[in-house]
Design a binder for this molecule. Structure first.
Ligand code: AMP
Length: 218
């Protein structure tokens, strides 16, 4: 089963994609994570992407389509994929259609996570991550139980994404509204769009996604 989680930055796509991977074995394919890994590894793609990401713009369609296509051919993708942060432009959506058709696969559902722009700024600006194990936290909504100590691994160093500051978050939201929001109409016209409330708490959102998956399984 292949699904897209569609929604602006901070909508909770990554959180839900990780849950779907644990519960249903659908691999999380996050283009943002792949680009951050490329930056950390110092690859050519990473070097080109860094400045673009830091200012909140989109990396070129060609680069993104290339890394997704390569990832889709890895043998660990057996039960399917949750696309997280991809596609972000109509050209990427069309490329995904072709990629899936070429692999005799289909898109089972596109789940739009509806959220409020102002709430997103608060959600994203408070995010931080354990530098050792990658566990995600939020200053206000999900802080570490003991301040400064990771609940999971006991690590004491935390990182923040350079693009998780208020100015860049607002720019990323504008980019989303202009370049990615048109995909809602694209998938609605194809008949596989499902809209859920992304403002609900994590468990409720997981439940809503589960209901969509049940429905499309038939
Ligand atoms: P994310 O982690 O999904 O919020 O992505 C972080 C940044 O990576 C974005 O602001 C873009 O600069 C870049 N990026 C991630 N996915 C894509 C994509 N599908 N198309 C273009 N740029 C992307």
């Amino acid at each position: 089963m292949n699904i897209i989680l569609l929604g602006p930055p901070g909508a909770g796509k990554g959180t839900q994609a990780k849950i779907l991977e644990e519960k249903h074995g659908l691999k999380q394919l996050s283009t943002g994570d792949m680009l951050r890994a490329a930056i950390a590894a110092g690859t050519d793609v990473g070097k080109k992407a860094k400045a673009i990401m830091d200012r909140g713009d989109l990396v070129s369609d060609d680069v993104i389509i290339g890394i997704v296509s390569e990832r889709m051919d890895k043998p660990d993708i057996t039960a399917g994929v949750t696309f997280d942060g991809f596609p972000r432009t109509p050209a990427q959506a069309e490329a995904l259609d072709k990629m899936l058709a070429g692999r005799k696969q289909k898109l089972d559902a596109v789940i739009e996570m509806k959220v409020d722009d102002e709430a997103l700024v608060e959600r994203i600006s408070g995010r931080y991550t354990c530098a050792k194990c990658g566990q995600g936290y939020h200053e206000k909504f999900a802080p570490a139980k003991t301040p400064g100590v990771c609940d999971v691994c006991g690590g004491t160093e935390f990182t923040r994404r350079p693009d998780d500051n208020e100015k860049t978050v607002r720019d990323r939201l504008q980019v989303y509204n202009k370049q990615t929001a048109p995909l809602v109409a694209y998938y609605a016209a194809k008949g596989n769009l499902h809209v859920i409330d992304g403002m609900a708490d994590i468990t409720r959102v997981t439940g809503a996604i589960g209901s969509v998956l049940e429905k499309v399984k038939g």
